[in-house]
Design a protein around this ligand. Structure first.
Ligand code: PLP
Length: 456
């Protein structure tokens, strides 16, 4: 086999890709016909493809490259750690400095008494840990029947059998025998699509109270935990009405339900604070972390756990763990990423400067004929495409067709913006400059214009 390099013609790379590489969440045959876009390098907030085209990455990879691309410091740390201790595990009463240092740093940054970290390689694994941890917790408390986890339709918590069951993606549940037993889903707080005649505040309360109803129906003594993203990410950057989270918190407190907040996207500065829970005033018992923890430079995630949960779990042998739990190279890189986020004041800058500027420009897109609702929290934002703003109507074509056209027009304008059905979403690197915000908005508007023209 010849060496496969960046210097090969794009068509050859695409053919080799489709011959042997199966892509996540992709119809392989369609991709083979079209050819995947080959990304060869990246710097700052820009990607470069195999044709030499520069693309503004409005998604920070997969919601993860918080510090932007091309930070040599992380490469240096990785190389140093690989030479010193490339691998050792944290099973069997051993540990190592990178895992110790990272766990301590996360405990320092995390809110409240979330002082303990169980590491994983990503968000799916961490949510699998959470399922087993909360069930083990309640069993240790003498309540082994308290083992149901409540989640939300259209939530995303990962792709493993456990985390995919926790998530509420119908397309995922249709394949491979999901969900596993004792997972229950309630409706999401998406006022634009599902709010009917209610005000957003009324709707937020109504949707939160579905949690209370589910607890009463299933039995307080059966429900272990409720899990949710502070702002639904993969579901379409859906920001709940203000009334939602206080009510969820009240219900979890009242019925002694553990609250798991999935911070895989919202964590590490995305919402303008270290965690989305701080932005939205939520008090979790467990937080799921991944993505921005290492800015995607290494695969690492984890569960950040309260003193109370950790005390109970530490009192028994928790028969759970991954070969790469607390991987030394991933931990060292994550620690360096956190150092950069903190020392360069990136999170503060997002909150005080970049996010308010982006919000002003993003909401400005609401005057476009195709755009209904615009939502934004920190550096994650969405807009709902609609044929009629006043009635919040959906397009007559299959859900997602217009979103797909719009995404293609973004691509053609060298902007990565994702579509979730007919919602367009962005989640750019946190280091986006104000001038780059302007470029992003200008390209987004052009893509919307072209999409609008194509629909006529
Ligand atoms: N939880 C949330 C909120 C996510 O957005 C994701 C991934 O997008 C996951 C969990 C799964 O993380 P991973 O893909 O690292 O397994």
């Amino acid at each position: 086999m010849p060496a496969i390099t960046n210097h090969m013609p794009t068509a050859e790379l695409q053919a080799l890709d489709s011959a042997h590489h199966m892509h996540p969440f992709t119809t392989g045959d369609e991709l083979t016909a079209k050819g995947a876009r080959v990304i060869t390098r990246a710097n700052g907030v820009y990607l470069t493809d195999s044709e030499g085209v520069e693309i503004l990455d409005g998604m920070a990879g997969l919601w993860c490259v918080n510090i932007g691309y091309g930070r040599d410091e992380l490469a240096e740390v990785a190389a140093r750690q690989m030479r010193e201790l490339p691998y050792y595990n944290t099973f069997f009463q051993t540990t190592h400095v990178p895992a110790i240092a990272l766990a301590n740093k996360i405990a320092e940054l995390a809110p409240g008494d979330l002082n303990h970290v169980f590491f994983a390689s990503g968000g799916s694994e961490a949510n699998d840990t959470n399922i087993r941890m909360v069930r083990t917790y309640w069993a240790a408390k003498g309540k082994p029947d308290k083992n149901i986890l409540i989640s939300r339709h259209n939530a995303y918590h990962g792709s493993s059998i456990g985390s995919g069951s926790l998530g509420g993606m119908s397309g995922m549940h249709a394949q491979g025998g999901l969900p596993i037993p004792d997972i229950h889903h309630i409706n999401q707080p998406d006022w634009w699509a599902e709010g009917g005649d209610m005000t957003p505040e009324e709707f937020g309360l109504a949707r939160a109270r579905e949690l209370e109803q589910a607890i009463l129906d299933l039995g307080e003594d059966r429900v272990a935990a409720f899990i949710a993203e502070p702002v639904q990410g993969a579901g379409g950057v859906i920001v709940a009405p203000d009334s939602y989270w206080p009510e969820i918190q009240r219900i979890c407190d009242k019925y002694e339900i553990l609250l798991i907040v999935d911070e895989v996207i919202c964590g590490f500065g995305r919402t303008g604070n270290w965690f989305g829970s701080q932005t939205l005033n939520i008090r979790p018992d467990i937080m799921t972390i991944a993505k921005g923890l290492s800015s995607g430079y290494q695969p690492i995630g984890g569960s950040v756990v309260s003193d109370e949960v950790a005390k109970t779990i530490d009192g028994l042998e928790f028969n759970h763990g991954y070969t790469y739990s607390g991987h030394p190279v991933a931990s060292a890189v994550a620690l360096e990423n956190l150092r950069i986020l903190e020392e360069e004041g990136i999170v503060d800058r997002v909150r005080e400067e970049t996010a308010p500027y982006l919000a002003e420009k993003w909401h400005g897109l609401a005057d476009h004929p195709l755009v209904g609702e615009t939502q934004i929290v920190g550096m994650m934002a969405s807009l709902a495409l609609t044929p009629d703003k006043a009635s919040r109507a959906k397009f007559a074509s299959d859900a997602g067709t217009v979103g797909l056209i719009c995404r293609e027009r973004c691509f053609a304008n060298n902007l990565i913006m994702r579509h979730v059905g007919d919602r367009m979403v962005i989640s750019p690197p946190l280091v986006l400059s104000l001038a780059e915000v302007d470029v992003l908005i200008e390209r987004a508007r052009r893509a919307l214009d072209e999409c609008h023209a194509q629909l006529k």
